[in-house]
Design a protein around this ligand. Structure first.
Ligand SMILES: Nc1ncnc2c1ncn2[C@@H]1O[C@H](COP(=O)(O)OP(=O)(O)OP(=O)(O)O)[C@@H](O)[C@H]1O
Ligand SMILES: [Mg+2]
Length: 322
C-alpha cells in the first residue's frame, strides 16, 4: 500500500537545545484522515512544518508519496496543501481576491485561475460571500476560506494545523462537512493537528498522540479507547436491597472483573470488556437474589486516552444508560 507519509527517526532540535521532535516514526496511509494530538508545545506544528518543507529536520527521514521532504522539496510542494495554525488570508480584500492571489502564488496557469477559484469557493460553501471583504466574515468562514486556498492545487495531501480552533460547534461541523465531502470526491489524504478530541474521534481513520517530542500512542480511535482496558458498569438497586459482602467478593472473583465497589444502593464494577462481562455479573447477582432497576456503562473517551498518555489520568464519572 502507498504511504502518503513515511517518517523515520525524525528529530528537530531548535537553537541547539530545544528538542522539539525526539525520534519520530510515523506512517500515514494514502486516502486516510490522520489526527495528530498532543499538548501545547509537544511538537505538532514542528512536524507539520518539516513535512510541508518549511523546516529541515535535524536528523532522520520524512517522505510524502515517496518524495523526500528535504531532497525533493520542490516536488513535495506540488502535491501538498497547507493551512497554518495562524491566519493566512488578507482581511481587507474579498475571499475571491484572496483566492486569486493564492492561485498566482501556487502557479495555477492564468487561463485556469478563475475556474480553480470558483471551484474552491464552491467546495467550501463560500460562493455567496465570495465578493465580500474578509473582515466581514465569521471565524468559521475565514477558516473555510483558508482551506479553500489550500485546495486550489487539488493536493494529494492536505495539512491542517488546528483547522477549527476557536470555532463554535456548528462552524466546526460545517468545516468538517466540507472537508469530508472534498476528501470523498478526491481521495485526498488529510493530516490534521488538533486539541479537539471529538474531531479526532469522529473524523479520523488513524490517530497518533505526541508528548514532549515522542509519539506515545497510535491507532484508530476505538483501538486507543480499548487500550485503556477499563469500563465501569453500574447497577442501581431497585428497593434498597444492597449487595452483601459475599456477593461482592463473588463478583470480584470473576476473571473479567478488575474491581467491584458499593456506593450506597449503587454497585460499580470495573471491567475490561463490558459486553462480555455483563452476563456473568448479572448471573452472580440473580443467583444471590439481588434485583436492580437500571444498569449504566461509562466507557473511556478519547479525552481519557489523551490524559492517560499525555496528561494526568482522570476517568470521568457518569455514563450512558444501557
Ligand atoms: N521556530 C522555533 N524556534 C525555537 N523553538 C521553537 C520554534 N518553534 C517551536 N519551538 C519550540 O518547539 C517545541 C514544540 O513546538 P510546536 O510549535 O511544534 O508545538 P505544538 O505541539 O504545535 O504546540 P501548540 O499545540 O501550542 O500549537 C516548543 O518547545 C516550542 O517552544
Ligand atoms: Mg502548533
Amino acid at each position: 500500500m502507498t504511504l502518503a507519509i513515511d517518517v523515520q527517526q525524525l528529530t528537530k532540535v531548535y537553537n541547539g537545545r530545544i528538542r522539539a521532535l525526539d525520534g519520530i516514526d510515523l506512517e500515514v496511509k494514502a486516502g486516510h484522515i490522520f489526527a495528530f494530538l498532543g499538548p501545547n508545545g509537544s511538537g505538532k506544528t514542528t512536524l507539520m512544518r518539516i513535512l510541508t518543507t518549511q523546516f529541515r529536520p535535524t536528523s532522520g527521514q520524512a517522505s510524502s508519496f515517496g518524495l523526500d521532504v528535504v531532497r525533493d522539496s520542490a516536488e513535495v510542494r506540488k502535491i501538498i496543501g497547507y493551512v497554518p495554525q495562524e491566519t493566512s488570508v488578507w482581511a481587507d480584500i474579498s475571499g475571491f481576491e484572496n483566492l486569486l492571489i493564492y492561485s498566482k502564488i501556487y502557479g495555477v496557469p492564468s487561463g485556469r485561475r478563475k475556474k480553480a477559484v470558483r471551484q474552491a469557493l464552491q467546495r467550501m460553501g463560500l460562493e455567496e460571500v465570495a465578493t465580500n471583504m474578509v473582515k466581514t466574515y465569521s471565524g468559521g468562514m475565514v477558516r473555510r476560506l483558508e482551506i479553500a486556498c489550500a485546495l486550489l492545487v487539488e493536493p494529494r495531501i492536505l495539512f491542517l494545523d488546528e483547522p477549527t480552533i476557536g470555532l463554535d460547534p456548528s462552524a466546526r461541523k460545517a468545516v468538517w462537512q466540507n472537508l469530508t465531502s472534498f476528501k470523498k470526491e478526491h481521495g485526498t489524504t488529510v493530516f490534521f493537528n488538533t486539541h479537539y478530541m471529538d474531531e479526532a474521534d469522529l473524523y479520523s481513520d488513524e490517530i497518533a498522540i505526541i508528548n514532549r517530542g515522542k509519539i506515545v500512542k497510535s491507532g484508530t480511535a476505538s483501538e486507543l479507547k480499548q487500550s485503556l482496558r477499563s469500563e465501569i458498569l453500574r447497577f442501581y438497586s431497585e428497593d434498597g436491597n444492597n449487595v452483601d459482602e459475599r456477593t461482592l467478593n463473588d463478583i470480584r472473583d470473576l476473571s473479567m472483573v478488575s474491581n467491584a465497589t458499593l456506593h450506597g444502593p449503587r454497585l460499580d464494577v470495573a471491567v475490561e470488556d463490558g459486553e462480555r462481562a455483563l452476563p456473568l455479573i448479572i448471573g452472580v447477582l440473580s443467583r444471590a437474589g439481588f434485583t436492580f432497576s437500571r444498569i449504566s456503562s461509562a466507557k473511556p473517551s478519547l479525552d481519557d486516552v489523551f490524559l492517560r498518555y499525555a496528561g494526568q489520568i482522570n476517568f470521568k464519572e457518569g455514563g450512558d444508560d444501557l
